[in-house]
Design a protein around this ligand. Structure first.
Ligand code: FES
Length: 298
């Protein structure tokens, strides 16, 4: 796959790796110290969507409004417009702190090029945020022109950072639902395994029509089937730990319900695709559930 311009730029800056080596373990430690609840809040499990992109809308929107109000203020000199510019700037700056927190949390498990790109994204955002804070100070101390110019510089840098955030999602696939890259699986029931080959505590991966399916038995004895590849970063769930009727991904410890695919703990926020099961003539049969995301987009 060809590299983008920004990937080539980031590749040429090895100091980004040095920063990542120093900072990432501390971020992991800090997030882990908060426990499962804090991790799930930061990851967006409760929202059923990644929290960081949602929060970045606050500074992007509010700062854009501040920029427009600043322009109107210069053009009209109206005090109400000036106050609107200041309020939008402060609101966006407060929102940026929340976005920074969730962004650091998302970055904690990245490696290689995506980790480097994440550092560049974070550094630019930090510069943008610092300039916004400086702009607020200038405005509060009567140096409005300096405040406007400082904010304009910060807004421009934050714009570049936003572009790198887009690269993280669109090029590296960060925080996307990787279910969609898998085959949907069969529309009709297909036999995949002899029933007596699936023991009570098994996590058994079978391949059916190009898709890996994780078979298990619930504690009540029901045969269950969800996608075997973790939708967070493609971890092999058959190699995960079973905890009751859930499975913990071996890569970053997302926990899914084995029968519904529902996310119990992040960093994954999307449910695993689910498969209908039945037993016929001693064989376990599966077919894709109607709600699976792959069936809806293809
Ligand atoms: S691959 Fe990251 S939690 Fe499964």
């Amino acid at each position: 796959m060809a590299e983008t311009l920004m990937q080539r730029v980031v590749e040429a800056l090895p100091f980004l790796d040095d920063i990542a080596d120093d900072v990432q373990p501390k971020v992991q430690e800090a997030v882990d110290a908060g426990g499962t609840t804090v991790r799930n809040v930061l990851d967006g499990v409760w929202l059923e969507a990644p929290l960081h992109p949602a929060l970045t809308d606050v500074p992007v929107g509010a700062w854009t409004a501040a920029l427009v109000f600043d322009g109107l203020d210069v053009a009209t000199g109206k005090e109400s417009v000036r106050h609107a510019a200041d309020a939008s700037l402060v609101f966006g700056t407060l929102g940026a702190f929340g976005a920074a927190l969730t962004g650091l949390s998302d970055w904690r498990y990245l490696s290689g090029g995506s980790r480097r790109m994440g550092v560049a994204h974070g550094l630019l955002n930090t510069f943008g945020l610092v300039l916004s804070v400086v702009s607020i100070v200038f405005r509060a101390t009567g140096r409005r022109n300096a405040g406007r110019l400082t904010f304009l510089a910060g807004y421009s840098i934050s714009g570049m950072a936003t572009h790198l955030g887009g690269e993280l999602s669109y090029h590296y696939g960060l925080r996307v639902d990787r279910n969609v890259f898998e085959e949907a699986g069969p529309d009709e029931f297909v036999p995949v395994l002899d029933e007596n080959e699936l023991a009570r505590d098994d996590l058994r991966r079978v391949e059916v029509e190009g898709v890996g399916v994780l078979l298990s038995r619930s504690t009540a004895g029901e045969v269950c089937a969800i996608a075997a590849t973790c939708n967070h970063f493609s971890g092999p769930l058959e190699a995960g730990d079973r905890e009751g009727d859930t499975v913990v991904c071996p890569l970053h410890e997302s926990r899914f319900e084995l029968c519904s695919g529902e996310v119990i703990d992040g960093p994954a926020v999307f449910p695993q695709s689910r498969y209908e099961t039945r037993v016929r003539n001693g064989r376990i049969e599966v077919k894709a559930a109607a709600e699976n995301v792959q069936k809806k987009i293809r």
